[in-house]
Design a protein. Structure first.
Length: 567
């Protein structure tokens, strides 16, 4: 049903759908920051910190913060970030949930309705203790008799390549528990799907040895590793690891996943779709991604901003390749086009979102990470459907090839004029039988005269009619063959279902083409046919008996002496 519904779509409609989804996703990313202040989720305003700054004085000068410029435009160092006024209750416990990339230390100041200020925070060494599900930091807001009315962060950072704090929110503990449970279920579901796909397709690879299955397994494995890193599970499992290793691992895995998507497309489709030119472009993109990502990982974070922009441009090159491949597959009417486009449509959106975040046109955060994981999972599932189609196609091609091979073998074994076994096929099936067999050599009497009487074409028709008569009267377990010319052979296991004389009488009663009176002579011999030498001995005996039948006047049967086993 899935394949049937995909078959009804064409490449143009798919491209329009993918572009529409990309526009909607990007539009949502642009709108979300503008709507953030309407609830408890917000984008903090920012200003550069100076030596001697005090939290109380900064709270009092909130109008100095910039709420419009992108955080990437601020210099690397220490900055202040402030929330909008909060709508909270005094008797409720709250948690500040936020992302802070490449931070060395984070201090959170909470101002309460009675004017009191409290401070909580962490350094990059203690940060893993405050990392929650989803890779967001969780700082509990101390409960007091007065309600918290505003939050102020002081963040010292290594780089602002992704923004200092792309997003933050204030949650009560009940909402946080529901959010954590929902995220845990989502991550567990995605991980379970990925593990099932990996195990299943590894088994398929062992059975089929198709390279694209191995590439697909690698692609899903990288997606699973990205899930493990981005969800915060890696940091929770090994809290002593440097928290910045999480950002580096995510960068590496994102690039590896993109490269494997390219390799999967190259191995999944034939060269008529993924042309030599596209392969060269993909090779260049893969090499450039490896170099740029490696440089980003090796260089200090504060020097990687320009390289990150170059990296984003390379992802745009990858995006540009996909519609070209889709359109080429459409032109060649490939059934797998829809599956390919759907599987690659998810990375298109994902790469587009990453570029928007990278250039500061869209903030990251919960939506971006969930969309990333969701699209990777959907991509793996849709690609799995594509693999099902590919395996179905391979199976059909293999069945067709096997049928053609069988047909070719049959043609090689069959006499083209009569449809009986030829001499080679007859011997291949006859030699090696240890039990006693009866060999009958049948020769049409005066066939040259028949040819002269009716012509060679009609003579061929007589041969076909005689062969059909032989097949009709011979027992079901007999081998029937044309040895050459007008000479035929029958091989029957002993005890034979019919005697040579009975076969001869049955042939006499069959009507021949052109109402000709066609008679035949039979020479018979019994014995085992265990080897080539045994066959030669039986053939000589039966041929001698046939000669005697002809010498005695034709249209009769002569049985030779039985033979014993010949080594």
């Amino acid at each position: 049903m899935v394949l049937a519904s995909f078959r009804r779509l064409d490449g143009a409609s798919l491209l329009r759908t993918i572009v529409l989804l990309a526009v909607l996703a990007i539009g949502a990313g642009l709108v979300l920051p503008a709507r953030a202040d309407s609830g408890r989720q917000f984008r903090p305003c920012i200003m550069v910190a100076h030596p001697g700054d005090r939290a109380r004085a900064i709270f009092a000068s909130a109008d100095r913060f910039d709420c419009h410029r992108g955080q990437r435009s601020f210099p690397v160092g220490t900055v202040w970030l402030i929330s909008p006024p909060l709508r909270t209750r005094a008797d409720q416990a709250y948690v500040a949930r936020f992302a802070s990339n490449w931070s060395v230390s984070v201090a959170l100041y909470i101002r309460y309705a009675d004017g009191a200020i409290r401070r909580v925070g962490f350094t990059h060494r203690t940060a893993p203790r405050f990392l929650g599900v989803g890779g967001r930091y969780l700082l509990p807001i101390p409960v007091r008799d007065a309600a918290p009315v505003r939050l102020l962060w002081r963040v010292r950072q290594l780089t602002n390549v992704r923004g200092v704090m792309p997003g933050a929110e204030v949650l009560d503990t009940a909402t946080l528990e529901r959010r954590t449970l929902g995220l845990t279920i989502a991550y567990a579901l995605c991980a379970g799907i990925a593990l099932a796909l990996i195990v299943g397709h590894l088994a398929l690879y062992v059975a089929l040895r198709q390279r694209f299955l191995l590439v697909y397994v690698g692609m899903v494995a990288v997606s699973l590793a990205f899930l493990f890193v981005s969800s915060g599970a890696m940091t929770m499992l090994w809290p002593d690891l440097d928290v910045h290793l999480r950002q580096r691992a995510a960068t590496l895995l994102f690039a590896a996943g993109t490269i494997l998507v390219l390799l999967f497309g190259r191995s999944f489709f034939p060269s008529t779709v993924f042309t030599r030119g596209l392969r060269r472009v993909s090779n260049a993109a893969i090499a450039a991604l490896i170099l740029s990502t490696g440089a980003i990982l090796l260089m200090p974070p504060h020097r990687a901003t320009m390289l990150d922009d170059i990296d984003s441009c390379l992802y745009m090159l990858v995006m540009a390749m996909v519609p070209i491949v889709v359109l080429r597959a459409t032109a060649q009417r490939q059934l797998g086009l829809t599956l390919f486009a759907a599987a690659w449509g998810m990375p298109i959106l994902l790469v587009g979102l990453r570029i928007m975040v990278s250039f500061g046109l869209m903030r990251g955060g919960n939506v971006f990470d969930l969309v990333t994981i969701g699209m990777m999972t959907i991509e793996a599932l849709v690609a799995a459907i594509g693999i099902v189609w590919r395996i179905h196609r391979l199976g059909r091609e293999r069945d067709e090839a096997r049928a053609e091979e069988i047909a070719a073998r049959l043609l090689a074994d069959v006499d083209p004029l009569t449809g009986l076994l030829n001499r080679r096929a007859f011997l291949a099936r006859a030699i090696g039988r240890e039990a006693d067999q009866m060999l009958l050599l049948v020769d049409i009497d005066h066939f040259k005269a028949i040819n002269d009487q009716v012509g060679h074409d009609s003579g061929d028709e007589v041969l076909r009619g005689f062969a059909q008569a032989l097949r009709m009267v011979a027992p079901a377990d007999a081998l029937v063959a044309r040895l050459g010319g007008e000479e035929f052979a029958l091989l029957l296991p002993m005890p034979a279902a019919m005697s040579p004389a009975a076969i001869h009488r049955a042939l006499r009663e069959v009507r021949m083409p052109f109402d000709l009176s066609v008679t035949c002579s039979l020479g018979a011999c019994t014995g085992p046919m265990v080897s080539e030498r045994a066959w030669q001995a039986m053939y000589r005996t039966a041929d001698r008996a046939l000669y005697e039948a002809k010498a005695a006047g034709r249209d009769r049967v002569q049985v030779g002496a039985p033979l014993v086993a010949v080594a």
